[in-house]
Design a protein around this ligand. Sequence first.
Ligand code: FES
Length: 108
Amino acid sequence: MNDWIDIAALSDIPRLGARVVKTATVEIAVFRTAQDTVFALKDVCPHRGGPLSQGIVHGNTVTCPLHNWKIDLASGEANAPDEGCTRTYPIKVENGRVYLGDARRQAA
Ligand code: FES
């Protein structure tokens, strides 16, 4: 069973940007696309740990601000030819509120 935590209004997350949610163990970047789809990734680039939350969203991808790797928001995988994967977290929008799957139970 999944518990959901209300973390923000959808309007609190900048479109084509992200908001960071801190848990006891991990910082999670919650992204909002042009279509108002949301995705949650660990805020650590699989290349050298850049803050993905400060990257630019295009389509369902974010470009890391440090060396421009492109990370798929749904899978957390780097686009080829780069290789690496960032952890994803369950996230959903209901009635204009954004809910994160209970991250307190998620290991970092
Ligand atoms: S740290 Fe993200 S591309 Fe290098």
